[in-house]
Design a protein around this ligand. Structure first.
Ligand SMILES: [Zn+2]
Length: 604
């Protein structure tokens, strides 16, 4: 909104008011609609940075889903300028300048012009460095690929519910979600489901008569399954509907595919649909080395390029026939003499080589987790009380949690600083006494200022069991400066965990530019813990960084950053991300029993 006002040359004070408000909304992390629903619009005005007219705007947006003022503004401004604002790395000032000299009609047009050398002198005139141009181009690419993908937290519950419903049909022997969802990727294109009818087809009985009968039974079950699938997904659009598959777009715009397969090909088909593409290509190449051709239907003998053989039709028939059916995925790997590779690792990096050497690790499991080390209470911007958070955590079977409300530096109501920490610590102590069988660590999420200093004095930080450091502002700093900033914070003796290290919001805010190797090495050397933030909008650190940091000897905490008791459930997304980063139990600190963790944190 503020950006649009700036584009429309509005009064600078109005622009600033909207920008402050938007910052307040961003850092608040309690959803605005929750505040309005629970406490009414007036409550919004208590948030610093939000005045009456902006509170009205927010309420209008929540109740009507629209904002008149915004719609009017958008009409005034060329459409492409509005789109340009959504590009990560493109602010209103640059948008204006770029629009003035390039006059792009669409984002794609802008992309083309930025790459075209004939515009270089013009770009140089507004002092646009090559680096900035590259940043904008990456931003456009991120934006253009983002819109069609779902967050893991959107795709997983949807897929799980369809799977549960399909399982109720007696014709369905097994059903699973495959694809990138099964591999636990942070965003999902479409949801691929595979269902199995019949456990096994008796191949030896495939005389013409029984074959047609088997086909007929299959045909009827398939039709029933497809019909049910179409009912339960309530599609907005049916893209394809066939004998054994269907593709729909549901009301939320999610594409869901269902493929039905006979039991004796289940393992190879499930493997095929799980991917990744790179992994599958490498598996086929490895099979070839072993004289086999591998497809979703199973293994065949590799065609021999001997011209003499071609004349013998009988032999050719044998070659074209599936030699080995794989009823299970385990059999696929076993046939090739490979150790089983969990879906999370099938990205075509070096998993096949490691499986040959039998060096695939036993990955972290949800049941390994004994606690959650980052969450917020209603003391600052969370929804529930400290005690309520603790009770929910206890019900999940945890042994401990860390309540880690924000420090005051961010301007959040209830932020800890000055003298109010005593009340906060007393509330934690109180909750600790009331609840049995769960220990609450007192924590503070302290802001790492742009120069790497912490926003609270050591004397205050010393009162807490766990100090969690995070960067929240000046996220666009140059790489060197940002690296020095975080290295400095990781050298502070009181900081124990670096939380949401890259600062990204998936598809919304790019990660900070930083020398990750230096960060990970410093963390390892200074015995600081790196967080894997399990909030599905963040998933930060991300998978490839986790693996890098692990290889440099770093240790991790997987934490939800929950702002309500319900969000404690985010842990599963953090675990999936950790598994994609090849983490085992020993890499993670919140699998330790309470005594072990106290020792690690040096708490008596
Ligand atoms: Zn934070």
């Amino acid at each position: 909104m503020a950006d649009l006002l700036e584009l429309a040359d509005a009064n600078i004070f109005e622009v600033r008011a909207y920008r402050n408000a938007s910052h307040a909304v961003d850092v608040s992390a309690v959803e605005m609609y929750e505040i309005v629903e629970r406490q009414g619009k007036k409550e919004l005005e208590k948030i610093s940075g939000i005045g009456e007219s902006i509170a009205d705007n927010i309420a209008e947006l929540i109740y009507t889903g629209k904002l008149k003022k915004l719609d009017q503004l958008k009409k005034k401004i060329p459409r492409v300028q509005v789109q340009m604002l959504a590009v990560p790395g493109l602010g209103p000032k640059l948008t204006k300048k770029l629009y003035a000299i390039l006059k792009p009609k669409t984002l794609t047009d802008l992309k083309r012009k930025l790459k075209d050398p004939q515009y270089l002198p013009k770009l140089a005139k507004i002092l646009l460095l090559k680096k900035t141009v590259d940043k904008i181009l990456t931003g456009i690419a991120v934006l253009q690929s983002a819109s069609s993908r779902m967050l893991l937290s959107e795709a997983l519950p949807l897929a799980e519910s369809i799977v549960a419903q399909l399982k109720r049909l007696p014709e369905v022997k097994e059903v699973k979600y495959a694809g990138s969802l099964r591999r636990g990727k942070e965003t999902i294109g479409d949801i691929d489901l595979v269902a199995k009818i019949q456990d096994k087809i008796q191949i030896s009985n495939f005389k013409s008569q029984s074959l047609s009968r088997a086909k007929l039974i299959n045909h009827n079950s398939n039709l029933k399954i497809i019909k049910y699938f179409l009912e339960l997904t309530r599609p907005k659009q049916i893209l394809a509907q066939g004998e054994s598959k269907a593709t729909v777009i549901n009301n939320d715009g999610a594409q869901i595919d269902l493929e039905i397969m006979p039991g004796n090909e289940w393992g190879s088909l499930l493997h095929h649909f799980t991917g990744s593409k790179e992994h599958n290509i490498q598996m086929r190449a490895y099979a070839e080395k072993k004289g086999l051709s591998f497809s979703e239907h199973g293994f065949k003998k590799l065609k021999i390029k001997n011209p003499k053989l071609k004349t013998i039709t009988k032999n050719l028939k044998l070659i074209n026939k599936i030699l080995i059916y794989c009823e299970t995925e385990e059999k696929v790997f076993k046939t090739l003499g490979l150790q089983y590779i969990p879906p999370d690792l099938r990205e075509g990096t070096n998993e096949i080589q490691l499986a040959i050497a039998k060096k695939i690790p036993k990955l972290l499991e949800p049941s390994d987790m004994r606690g959650d080390l980052q969450m917020h209470s209603n003391y600052s911007d969370g929804k529930n009380t400290i005690l309520a958070m603790a009770e929910s955590a206890k019900a999940m079977g945890y042994e401990y949690i860390c309540i880690s409300d924000h420090s005051a530096g961010l301007g959040i109501t209830g932020g800890i600083g000055g003298n109010n920490y005593q009340k906060y610590l007393a509330e934690i102590k109180n909750a600790n006494q009331k609840i049995r069988g769960l220990h609450i660590f007192s924590g503070i999420e302290v802001n790492i200022k742009s120069d790497g200093a912490l926003d609270q004095p050591d004397d205050l930080l010393k009162k807490f069991d766990v100090v969690l450091g995070a960067v929240h502002n000046s996220l666009g700093q140059e790489k060197e400066q940002m690296t020095a900033r975080i290295v400095k914070a990781l050298s502070h003796p009181l900081v124990k965990i670096l939380v949401h290290p890259s600062g990204r919001l998936i598809d919304k805010r790019p990660e900070i530019q930083v020398d990750w190797r230096a960060i990970f090495q410093t963390a390892q050397k200074n015995k600081k813990i790196l967080e894997i933030n399990a909030c599905p909008k963040r998933l930060d650190l991300k998978d490839i960084y986790i693996r890098k940091a692990k290889n440099l000897g770093a240790k991790f905490a997987i934490s939800t950053d929950a702002h309500s008791a319900r969000q404690l459930d985010f842990m599963k997304y953090g675990i999936l991300t950790a598994r994609r980063g090849w983490l085992v139990k020993q890499d993670v600190i919140n699998v330790l029993p309470l005594a072990g963790l106290k020792k690690l944190f040096d708490i008596k």
